[in-house]
Design a protein around this ligand. Sequence first.
Ligand SMILES: NC(=O)c1ccc[n+]([C@@H]2O[C@H](COP(=O)([O-])OP(=O)(O)OC[C@H]3O[C@@H](n4cnc5c(N)ncnc54)[C@H](OP(=O)(O)O)[C@@H]3O)[C@@H](O)[C@H]2O)c1
Length: 268
Amino acid sequence: MATTANRQWCLARRPVGLVKESDFEWREGPVPVPRPGYALVRNHHLSLGPTDRQLLREEDTWLPAQRLGQVVRGVTVGTVVQSKNDSLPEGTQVMGVFGWQDFAVTDCTADFFMKLPDETQVPSTMHLGLFGPVGIAAYFGVIDIARPSAGEVMVVSAAGGATGSLVGQIAKLRGCRVVGITGSDEKCRWITEELGFDAAINYKDGDLVWVQAETTGFHWPDEPNPADPASLRHVVMDVFRIEGDRLVEHWDVIQQIPPFTASGNDMI
Ligand SMILES: NC(=O)c1ccc[n+]([C@@H]2O[C@H](COP(=O)([O-])OP(=O)(O)OC[C@H]3O[C@@H](n4cnc5c(N)ncnc54)[C@H](OP(=O)(O)O)[C@@H]3O)[C@@H](O)[C@H]2O)c1
């Protein structure tokens, strides 16, 4: 990592669909000098996930929308390398929305700022995963929102991802039968053989109607046509309990979801 320049990625334009490199602009500027009350943080790890796609939108999210030309927002962990703030001595490990850049200044008051425990207790990178938003979303998503009972079947989408892989493991601890959906055989093996999921489905191999039959014992009155929106409607309405659902990160594909109009019972 450079020490004489602050390398930054700035938001050049709002991405349309999938994010492209041309949506960002590379800049190099001087390393900021902290004012009294502030400390200089050198970022060493940046979190990147679906939530970051949301933060690029024009609309406010859990943070006000960022302006074009600004350093791209992003949660990082880093080390205080220069300090004019007594509560942040040099060497302190911190987490915050310090952005896609080498260095940032902080006075500890910004949203999401946290002083981290000693690196020997918990590696600081864990605060971007298991002990950070991902772990919190997985834990409270299962325990407080889904509230599964022992013996229930929990189907986890994006089960090979950071959040889904934890969700499945927590649900197993709750006594559920856990089925994970992933996009490759390798991920299927990983979640079953290493993480303890009971079954895994590679959604690129088959159709998800299989999930319904295999996990719930529900049988179709007639042979279902998986491509028919009515089949999806049956799966969603008749068999599954869905707790919490976010589609906003997937604007690029959302248009492809068929409306459920045939039944006169629109869901979207
Ligand atoms: N509310 C919160 O605080 C919070 C916190 C963490 C996460 N979340 C949400 O939980 C969901 C998963 O987040 P995550 O951090 O676990 O993400 P992740 O680790 O990046 O995993 C996402 C998974 O989605 C699948 N996927 C499907 N289509 C994809 C595409 N076009 N590009 C990339 N991956 C694709 C991939 O698995 P396959 O290859 O198997 O399809 C990937 O493993 C997101 O909706 C996120 O916003 C919410």
